[in-house]
Design a binder for this molecule. Structure first.
Ligand code: PEP
Ligand code: MN
Length: 337
């Protein structure tokens, strides 16, 4: 962090501020230029409050030269993080496909979809038991019963399960039953939830918030990691833009950019990005070409009757066709599907 003092600031005020910053645990170098003095802060500046320094009447400008995140930062952890979910690896050259319905609806539905997606090569099963819906009148998910049905589907297929948590109160239940705990886009900045899932032993799939910057998203991962959980998978799921034709706009640039900024695996959700079945294949292929470490795709055994997101769900046959292309392209990109 660099602090530029106002021209002509008396030496005593410069020394006062330098001392105040040293008290906060960083080294401060003072450089006297022509008519202007610069303080260079060296050390861990993540906890230094930039706004507080700017309040000092003798300060002209404060600039951060390093990122405010440490644990998620590739600079301090150059090697890719590989998240291991019961033997299924994500990141570090390992490509994984997560597939399943938007919501768990019945035992027959979830077990049937689980068998179908497994047969096509999916490595993990998704399915929402707790659904964060825009309308309180929409299907809210089967809750605890839904979790039990996911456990049944895991028993039937061996596929580890990925499902969304919407409240810190559910942590114990999720710790016991779930293999990957999903934090949805709407909860990306639910800081209490992030701190609590940070205490779980299970990997966290952290979706990007609807209007969040890369830095805000990585800072959300930093919350989880700071609470003790280093196994975070980031998921780009489309963002809000002025375009209304698609449900969201898939931010392809996020994949190479965020992978440069962090060592965490980055996967893509082509279903919630485009919001249309016919966009799932092109968006999946684009994501793989841009370096994604995996995708999470909505698949339903009867999309027309789905209780949630049928319009963007593939049927098992369509998913099978997608998988053939996706695996081929992932290999071409040097990944291990
Ligand atoms: C989901 O994956 O079912 C979901 C609700 O996604 P998002 O949080 O990205 O909207
Ligand atoms: Mn959905």
């Amino acid at each position: 962090m660099v602090v530029i003092m106002r021209p002509g600031t008396e030496k005593k005020y410069i020394e006062q501020l330098a001392e105040q910053l040293r008290q906060e645990g960083v080294e401060v170098g003072v450089t006297n230029g022509v008519g202007c003095t610069i303080l260079g802060l060296v050390g861990d500046t993540t906890a230094i409050d930039q706004g507080k320094i700017e309040l000092n009447a003798h300060v002209e400008r404060v600039m951060r030269v390093s990122e405010p995140y440490k644990r998620a930062n590739r600079k301090f952890h150059p090697a890719d993080t590989v998240v291991d979910v019961g033997g299924v690896k994500i990141g570090g050259g390992n490509f994984a496909v997560i597939a399943g319905p938007c919501s768990v609806e019945s035992k027959e539905q979830i077990v049937e979809v689980a068998k179908d997606v497994k047969a096509s090569g999916a490595k993990l099963l998704r399915g929402g038991a707790y659904k964060p819906r825009t309308s309180p009148y929409s299907f809210q998910g089967l809750g605890l019963d839904g979790l039990e049905l996911l456990v049944e589907a895991k028993k039937a297929t061996g596929l580890p399960i990925v499902t969304e948590i919407i409240s810190p109160n559910l942590c114990d239940e999720f710790e016991q039953k779930v293999d990957v705990v999903q934090v949805g886009a709407r909860n990306m900045q639910n800081f209490d939830l992030l701190k609590e899932v940070g205490k779980l032993s299970k990997p966290i799939l952290l979706k990007r918030g609807l209007s969040s910057t890369y830095e805000e998203w990585i800072m959300a991962a930093e919350y989880i990691m700071n609470a003790g959980n280093a196994n975070v998978i980031l998921c780009e799921r489309g963002i809000r833009t002025f375009e209304t034709f698609t449900r969201n706009t898939l931010d392809i640039s996020a994949i190479p950019s965020v992978k440069e900024m962090t060592h965490l695996p980055v996967i893509v959700d082509p279903s919630h990005s485009g919001g249309m079945r016919r966009l799932v294949e092109p968006l999946t292929l684009a994501a793989i070409a841009a370096g994604a470490d995996g995708v999470i795709v909505e698949v339903h055994n009867d999309p027309a009757k789905a209780l949630c997101d049928g319009q963007q769900s593939l049927d098992p046959a369509q998913f099978g066709q997608l998988m053939a292309k996706a695996e081929h392209l992932a290999r071409f990109m040097g990944k291990r599907p």
